[in-house]
Design a protein around this ligand. Sequence first.
Ligand code: CA
Length: 233
Amino acid sequence: MTGEKILIVEDERAVARGLEYGLRDAGFEVQWAETGARGLTLATGWQPHLIILDIRLPDISGYDVCRRLRREGQRQPILMLTARDEEVDKILGLELGADDYVVKPYSLRELISRIRALIRRTYGEFALAAGPTLISVEDLQIDLERMWVHRRGTPIDLTPTEFRLLRHLVTHANHPVSRDALIEAVWGYDSDLGNDRTIDVHIRHLRQKLEDDPANPRYLLTVRSVGYKFQMA
Ligand code: CA
């Protein structure tokens, strides 16, 4: 895999330069924006395949950059850089729409494997198991191929990560899927990196978007000590 375009939005020159060097070395095409404003311009003008976005920027915060990109309909995977793990809830927040995050200091190897996984999951070929691609359950219609979800006829706006998670659960409907299997299916790396919480946060968001009563879900059920399952019937 080479040549994908990656935009780094990061004001710390040393961090950005290190990243730029490492990513170029890994075969990516890289541009660097030192401010949020420049990041927004490059994100729409250059159309990167993935955006690495620092939260603390001198002008517009990474949160606002992310929010604005999603509002403008930019759907590239966004990987946020944060200094603190506690920010995960906000980073993966409903209105924000980031796909993943890495806590500083991170290893370049880990970051690159996250980037590759996100790109593969977003743009890679999706070999759907034999079966229907248009799923209808009560008030939900899910098109697995064209990646849309309607609820009572109204389109539901899911982030690419939320959709991949839902798609994996739906293609294994009525069967419990472990968090490890979800992490592998959705992000493509193993759970040693400790992202169970990421799964839980995304599931919570999916419930808020798809369920009448997110606290008592009809579709996305918790399977105690295993993970989750999509209840079809
Ligand atoms: Ca910064």
